[in-house]
Design a protein around this ligand. Structure first.
Ligand code: 2AM
Ligand code: CA
Ligand code: CA
Ligand code: CA
Length: 276
């Protein structure tokens, strides 16, 4: 019903236009000298580009859709946060992978999702450096630069390439738990990778170049778009405990198959975060 009451294609074209403009700015910033500050800790980085990109996207969307709501990482950091309601809500991470952006590691993305009645109906994850655009509209499959993508279908943990992250939190207890989890998993898989962008990690599972990804401490803007792209590519996304995924719980497990998720889930130590 949502899909027929709304002009999703218009929403898609409009955000694509905004992402085009924003992507140019990110490319400029990638090679420019940046002002780097910290937010909640020494490894939680921020540049002037993060805020400018979010502004471009919100201004473009607001111009076309004045009644829509916005949840953006940098607006939230400034205390401007609309809560997650049933209203059409754009969920925006202007630069996912700011640490990579600061270091010149070309694995960064602009991530935008649109949720209506708390259902994500559209997701775009765009890497402006490599010019790879991952996209999905609910029910219509997942695409990379217009080509349909499918997850690997891997069911066997021992043949898997897994994405795990350490995150920006430097609390020794949290870091210790995250390291323990990875330590438990490493001997059971082909490899573990930590690429530094939650949104792109989900796209790597979607395209089949990795078989699973999990993370604790992520926010709704990190995984709303990538989750839809992964699901539309055939992947299985849930809470790391195995329960259904919740976009405000700050935890995600995404695997090529339910069978693979069921092998990973018991190996994880569950970490709780305050809700978004
Ligand atoms: P951000 O770049 O938008 O802040 C992956 O762990 C996620 O955590 C990323 O999506 C990234 O989102 C965030 N993050 C922030 N600082 C990080 C760090 N030092 N190392 C890894 N991830 C970090
Ligand atoms: Ca950040
Ligand atoms: Ca992010
Ligand atoms: Ca960000």
């Amino acid at each position: 019903l949502i899909m027929t009451q709304h002009d999703i294609d218009l929403y898609y074209r409009t955000i694509l236009d905004g992402i085009g403009t924003a992507g140019k700015l990110v490319r400029e910033g990638f090679t420019a000298t940046k002002q780097v500050t910290t937010k909640e800790g020494a490894a939680d980085l921020l540049t002037e580009y993060d805020q400018r990109v979010e502004e471009i996207l919100i201004n473009r969307l607001r111009e076309s859709f004045p009644t829509h709501k916005f949840i953006g990482e940098e607006s939230t950091a400034l205390g401007i946060k609309s809560s997650f309601t049933d209203d059409p809500t754009w969920i925006i991470d202007p630069i996912d992978g700011t640490t990579n952006f600061v270091h010149g590691f070309p694995f960064i993305a602009i991530s935008v999702a649109l949720a209506i009645s708390k259902q994500v109906v559209l997701g775009i994850v765009y890497n402006p450096i490599t010019d790879q655009l991952y996209s999905a509209i609910r029910g219509r499959g997942a695409f990379r630069n217009g080509q349909i993508i499918k997850c690997s279908g891997q069911k066997n943990l021992s043949l898997s390439q897994i994405l795990g992250e350490y995150g920006p939190n430097r609390d020794p207890a949290i870091l210790d738990t995250k390291c323990k989890i990875l330590e438990t998993i490493i001997g059971k898989v082909h490899s573990i990778r930590a690429m530094g962008s939650a949104a792109l990690n989900l796209c790597l599972v979607a395209e089949g170049s990795c078989d699973a990804y999990f993370e604790y401490g992520v926010h709704i803007w990190d995984y709303a778009a990538g989750d839809l792209i992964a699901r539309e590519a055939g992947a299985y996304t849930c809470d790391p405990s195995g329960a259904p995924l919740n976009l405000i719980d700050r935890r995600v497990l995404c695997a090529a198959t339910k069978e693979l998720a069921e092998q990973i889930s018991p190996l994880l130590i569950q970490i709780d975060y305050p809700h978004d």
